[in-house]
Design a protein around this ligand. Structure first.
Ligand SMILES: Nc1ncnc2c1ncn2[C@@H]1O[C@H](COP(=O)(O)OS(=O)(=O)O)[C@@H](OP(=O)(O)O)[C@H]1O
Ligand SMILES: Nc1ncnc2c1ncn2[C@@H]1O[C@H](COP(=O)(O)OP(=O)(O)O)[C@@H](O)[C@H]1O
Length: 196
């Protein structure tokens, strides 16, 4: 491969300038959990709450990125990792833009989540584990995908025939259904309010 010569530009305006303009700090709230665990529901409610508080936000959701930026990717281990690497790079740009980035991805591997944390910087990374049992997710089966996976129509479905490695030490753990979406958002706000 030919060598690549890249020299980074120094921008005139930086993250601190944008945070000052926005009147709040920026960071990344990363949701992880099984399909149907409640990531998108809680992430949406959190974004609404922050918006009401005049906080600039942007949401990145697995399904949505996979229909655009990541539409060429499957659910193999390599492709999930590429999906998450791109999502984390985009989230990092939003944090640099002075925005609170909210990401909701299954993100099933411990090592990948560690890489995401390293990429955005540990001080900018809040991990929310939406801990809902496979049994409950399967009962909910919001999109009918568990049924299809059980019938063998979907290969590599997380929790059925593809691994989910639960976080050992997440910043915040939400248990559903015992934590309602409102309670979940209160728990997250309690942690992030001092970072805003
Ligand atoms: N094989 C397989 N395994 C898991 N999920 C699948 C699969 N195929 C499609 N879907 C749908 O894709 C959504 C998860 O995409 P993510 O980008 O969050 O997954 S990952 O982080 O790359 O593992 C997930 O959405 P959520 O239910 O919102 O999590 C599913 O609707
Ligand atoms: N306590 C709860 N927290 C979040 N979602 C819940 C809760 N109780 C029930 N649900 C339901 O579970 C489903 C979760 O779906 P969704 O938010 O799309 O999950 P995910 O993004 O993890 O796939 C929704 O239909 C939601 O209404």
């Amino acid at each position: 491969m030919n060598p690549v010569y890249i020299v980074k530009h120094e921008y005139a305006i930086n993250r601190l300038d944008r945070e000052k303009l926005n009147k709040h700090k920026s960071f990344l709230v990363w949701f992880t959990g099984l399909s149907g665990s409640g990531k998108s529901t809680i992430a949406n409610l959190l974004e609404k709450k922050l918006h009401e508080l005049n906080v600039h936000t942007y949401s990145l959701d697995g399904d949505n990125l996979r229909s655009g930026l990541n539409k060429n990717l499957t659910f193999s281990k390599d492709d999930r990792n590429e999906n998450l690497r791109r999502a984390a790079e985009v989230a990092k740009l939003f944090v640099d833009a002075g925005v609170v980035a909210i990401a909701a991805f299954i993100s099933p591997y411990i090592k990948t989540r560690e890489e995401i944390k390293e990429l955005v910087g540990a001080e900018n990374y809040i991990e929310v584990f939406v801990n809902t049992s496979l049994e409950i997710c399967e009962q909910r089966d919001v999109k009918g995908l568990y049924k299809k996976a059980r019938a063998g129509e979907i290969k590599n479905f997380t929790g059925i025939n593809s691994v989910y490695e639960a976080p050992v030490n997440p910043t915040i753990e939400i248990k559903t259904p015992s934590d309602s979406p409102d309670v979940a958002v209160s728990k997250i706000m309690e942690v992030i309010k001092s970072k805003l």
